[in-house]
Design a protein around this ligand. Structure first.
Ligand SMILES: C[S@@+](CC[C@H](N)C(=O)[O-])C[C@H]1O[C@@H](n2cnc3c(N)ncnc32)[C@H](O)[C@@H]1O
Length: 314
């Protein structure tokens, strides 16, 4: 999940139980699967990730999985459709007689947070990920140090076809864990601000060798912004020898125009990028505060904050 949602409690799942005499829900981590019962019929609303305790928890509620003849899918986030995807192995996959209905209740979970976050999710993550995910074989990999992945696994367990990969991105040993045969999307979120330009270039070229057809997505900013970030981190880390640190500041990875700056690295790269905020949001939307508009412009325009997508040609 992007940094901007951290601590915002956008997911507020209900515990497993009956809400009123007709409506019940099962809690699956941070997701809910709802049931509407009328007489002998039960309609299931959304299907969850592919939850191995679904049958057991339905049992707590006195609901028989065999009674489900319809599932209403409100939208196609993985925590709502995982259990009905073609290659799911769970309870629902075995029940071929269930009819699926597709709702238009929302484009994503984040609709519940705000219009802005919904737009970000709908226009950034879904178009980026779904063409691969729908193909039924593509994997999604989140890359970070082992200690960060450990926490991530506790707070945000990996979803269907998603894997949180513990790694040091300066060492390609983690490549061996990856099966990119069905396509792969790699996320390095907020990571490359810590890297020297040469380290990012070397990683990108090695990934282009190892994962033809794969995609690497990361955020980046221009030199001015990266220097500002470095300053903050140096202060936070109480580093005294600031001069020595800044002597190498220009070597840190920063880019103003991703296509122009990164394409020459390797001819197999196809590079695209969009503004971190303005690229995904309509600032004329009334839900956007003046302060946020100002911050977005500063971030995207004067710091070139952006989401970069690198596709590795075959
Ligand atoms: C601003 S945080 C982004 C957090 C995290 N990626 C997420 O999705 O929530 C920067 C991250 O870069 C990671 N990082 C820095 N150097 C790294 C390296 N050599 N290999 C892997 N991850 C690294 C840090 O562990 C840190 O979690």
């Amino acid at each position: 999940m992007s940094k901007m949602y951290r601590g915002k409690e956008i997911f507020k799942p209900l515990n497993t139980g009956w809400i009123d005499e007709r409506v019940a829900c099962v809690r699956e981590w941070v997701a809910n699967i709802f049931f509407y019962r009328k007489g002998d019929s039960v309609i299931m609303i959304d299907a969850g990730y592919n939850y191995d305790r679904l049958e057991e928890k339905m049992g707590w509620l006195g609901l028989d999985p065999k009674a489900i003849k319809h599932i209403l899918i409100t939208h196609q986030d993985t925590d709502h459709v995982g259990a009905v995807e073609a290659d799911s192995l769970g309870l629902l996959a075995a029940r071929q007689n269930i009819k699926l209905d597709y709702g238009i209740l929302g484009s994503s979970d984040l609709d519940q947070a705000s219009k802005l976050t919904a737009k970000l999710q709908t226009e950034l993550f879904l178009p980026l990920i779904y063409p691969f995910v729908r193909s039924g074989s593509c994997k999604i990999y989140n890359l970070d140090f082992p200690e960060v992945i450990k926490v991530r696994n506790e707070l945000l367990p990996a979803g269907e076809r998603e894997e949180n990969v513990p790694c040091d991105l300066n060492d390609t040993a983690w490549f061996e864990r990856i099966d990119a045969s069905g396509g792969a999307v790699f996320f390095a979120a907020g990571v490359f601000y810590y890297f020297l330009k040469e380290q990012v270039r070397s990683l990108v070229c090695k990934m282009a060798d190892a994962f033809p057809g794969g995609v690497l997505v990361f955020d980046a900013a221009n030199k001015k912004a990266v220097k500002l970030m470095l300053k903050t981190w140096i202060k936070d880390a109480q580093i005294k020898d600031v001069g020595a640190y800044f002597a190498v500041a220009d070597a840190y990875f920063a880019v103003a125009d991703a296509k122009a700056g990164l394409s020459p690295w390797d001819e197999r790269l196809s590079v695209s990028s969009r503004g971190y905020m303005l690229g995904y949001n309509d600032l004329t939307d009334p839900s956007v505060s003046g302060f946020f508009r100002f911050l977005s412009r500063v971030g995207d325009n004067s710091m070139n904050m952006q989401i970069v997508k690198l596709k590795f040609g075959k």
